[in-house]
Design a protein around this ligand. Sequence first.
Ligand code: OGA
Ligand code: FE2
Length: 536
Amino acid sequence: MASNKMWYTLALGFLLPFSYAHTDFFTSIGHMTDLINTEKDLVISLKDYIKAEESKLEQIKKWAEKLDKLTDTATKDPEGFLGHPVNAFKLMKRLNTEWGELESLVLKDMSDGFISNMTIQRQFFPNDEDQTGAAKALLRLQDTYNLDTDTLSRGNLPGVKHKSFLTAEDCFELGKIAYTEADYYHTELWMEQALKQLDEGEVSSADKVYILDYLSYAVYQQGDLSKAMMLTKRLLELDPEHQRANGNMKYFEYIMAKEKEANKSSTDAEDQTEKETEVKKKDYLPERRKYEMLCRGEGLKMTPRRQKRLFCRYYDGNRNPRYILGPVKQEDEWDKPRIVRFLDIISDEEIETVKELAKPRLSRATVHDPETGKLTTAHYRVSKSAWLSGYESPVVSRINTRIQDLTGLDVSTAEELQVANYGVGGQYEPHFDFARKDEPDAFKELGTGNRIATWLFYMSDVSAGGATVFPEVGASVWPKKGTAVFWYNLFPSGEGDYSTRHAACPVLVGNKWVSNKWLHERGQEFRRPCTLSELE
Ligand code: OGA
Ligand code: FE2
């Protein structure tokens, strides 16, 4: 029996930290809420500890005051004092027992309660990986939304309810994380911000010498030699004996002199080609840049002529009996690929039900690793998700029927309803929902063919960020609670439509809930007949 019990506690002791420590806190809001409650408990326990420590100190103070008076009188007239037999007895008693008791009180550890609480809670704390993850999310948001460092540090973001700012120490920390990633661009930005806040008189334990050390290195790595030199000079003013800075200074001077020499002999022709490559660099917009521009709501490519052909209408699901008397509002979001949005298509009550069903099952979303074919987590898909079956709730089943009625597509061959939650920094970088020709096995186990179409419900508004964007065509679709968007991923021929490449932009402020249904090819043979050509 005894050994049984021991096994039980041991097993728990091992399982809890492992199952909780690696939940990737920063990927969704749910687990972060638990952390806020943990912190609240710790504060209460810390306050109890302070009270206990204060009352202990109060007792010690009283004893000191009492003895102070007593010894004052006694030392003034020791013989007279001891002439009183009670005084003599009390002196023996004090020295033999009472001082000893006081010693125990001074040594008494009042921190037991707090420390044991801390030990228990620490198992559920985020680890280094979580902290780096959260820092990287901040840097990612900074790039995607073109936020300048000062705005981010002062917490001046659009739509925030609780303003929060970064201290010089925090900025230094972010800079160091960027530095360990060899990301000298962000190292420079954040070290500079730390320095700026210190220069403005912020009281901090952050050290200018350390900051300048990192900063000058990051600046040097990016090729700005004269700025690196200026910063190193500043460092040496604060700490003239700094060994590395002294060494660097000499090195910089040597390189500068060498460059000057080389410049003298360089020709104008070389300058010309340099300028040309610079122009070329600017012209070429990689997908990443397009994606980020669309996330910021910049760069709508549609001409007014095309825009004029986008309409809104009441739609009855092609004379579906369920919608003839109460058609739904439908809006064209884009023409090619055709993306339509349904308005007021899922009620607040339905959304609450779906969220409550999904919450206990949310786990870090995975992707197919193309090399191993296994499911893994990836930095480009940061969210938590869960799958809901129509069998488990009439609400889910009703939602499935609605999708079938309004798309005219058979949902019995579709995947289950996927619910996803993106926390701050949560995103899904550009991808296709359909399987390409080179991955014919992707949906093999389902046996229902490729993902013919995507239906996506927005189950929350997002305070800032979080758009669904299509970088190939320049479309940004903004989340709006209670609406849904729908598009075909495949042409009627069965060919994949590459213009449907899309992404979920990182959430800047707030938190984003969506749910989606991927409809498959099988079952649609008479609903959306095949054609031979892409164009039909
Ligand atoms: C997806 C997806 C878009 C979004 O989950 O495949 O593209 O805005 N989601 O969440
Ligand atoms: Fe997608």
